[in-house]
Design a protein around this ligand. Structure first.
Ligand code: FES
Ligand code: FES
Length: 155
């Protein structure tokens, strides 16, 4: 099936099977390997990207259903919120093995884009689907709070 996807602001014309998940297109067809495969059943969050600014699990989202939408991966996570999140992530050394972290960063970017001042409950709700086998949850929460403060003081 031929389709055109807009990924990180660039248009990509591709031809893949009708039921191909977006994650396969990102990694195998386009070569954007920052988005990871964890479970394949929308349970771990490793494959999280933004679709029209909202976090989505690219392992279960069919690529065909992302046509006409703005897809953002970790490689294209630019702009004020995305860049602040990444800077704080690096400053606090949030990552450990790193495998889950692109999904964590994209989920955090989606959260702070829609809710600039999330409380603990909002953070828990937004991030609960992002599993980290290294247990970086405390640093993830700290980084989200710091990014939120930084974004507010900059505005
Ligand atoms: S790989 Fe998509 S949620 Fe786990
Ligand atoms: S940093 Fe290793 S799985 Fe999260």
């Amino acid at each position: 099936m031929e389709m055109t996807l807009t990924i990180n602001g660039q248009s990509h014309k591709i031809d893949v099977a009708d039921d191909t998940p977006l994650l396969w297109v990102l990694r195998d067809t386009i070569g954007l390997t920052g988005t990871k495969y964890g479970c394949g059943i929308a349970q771990c969050g490793a494959c999280t990207v933004l679709v029209d600014g909202r976090p989505a699990r690219s392992c279960t989202l069919r690529a065909r259903n992302a046509q006409g939408k703005a897809i953002t991966t970790i490689e294209g996570n630019q702009g004020r919120v995305g860049e602040t999140v990444i800077a704080v992530w690096n400053e606090l050394n949030v990552h450990q093995c790193g495998y889950c972290q692109s999904g964590q960063v994209m989920a955090a970017t989606g959260l702070l884009s829609s809710n600039p001042k999330p409380d603990d409950a909002a953070i828990d709700q937004a991030m609960s689907g992002c599993i980290c086998r290294c247990g970086t949850y405390v640093r993830v929460r700290k980084a989200i709070k710091q990014a939120a403060e930084q974004l507010q003081s900059d505005s």
